[in-house]
Design a protein around this ligand. Structure first.
Ligand SMILES: [Zn+2]
Length: 137
């Protein structure tokens, strides 16, 4: 059997309306997870409960599961940041943040990795520097 690399979705999430910038980030994120011997699973796209001004509703943000990378989650996030900058001209306009929550015992544990494309930052950079196409910030 040929080994394939797959992206997984939590049941019921909505990706209809995902922006091209987020689409272009997805294979890069999947490959980072593979490098940590884990599958990548999107747990939220345009769905879910987020703050009212969240980029999720614009298709510019996704959440990724961290169950299989609990001990290395900050390294995974750093690697996603680095790889987005390496492969995408506008990679520096992504924010990659590990979100934490409290478990039943009150311990602070990773909840998910939030990845968003900061379109306002991208547009601002383009207006102040017409030659700007993205890249490292
Ligand atoms: Zn999120």
């Amino acid at each position: 059997m040929m080994q394939s690399t797959q992206l997984f979705l939590k049941d019921g999430i909505q990706l209809n309306g995902t922006t091209l910038e987020m689409l272009s980030a997805m294979p890069i994120i999947v490959n980072v997870y593979r490098a940590f011997d884990s599958d990548a699973t999107i747990t939220s796209g345009l769905d879910g409960k987020h703050s009212s001004n969240s980029y999720h509703y614009d298709g510019d943000a996704q959440d990724y599961r961290v169950w299989d990378v609990m001990d290395t989650v900050e390294k995974v996030a750093t690697e996603i940041r680095n790889e987005l900058c390496r492969y995408l001209d506008y990679g520096g306009c992504f924010d990659v943040v590990v979100e934490y929550r409290n478990d039943e015992e009150g311990n602070r544990i990773p909840s998910h990795i939030h990845v968003e494309f900061d379109r306002r930052r991208y547009e601002t950079k383009r207006h102040t520097d017409p030659g700007y196409t993205g890249g490292r910030l």
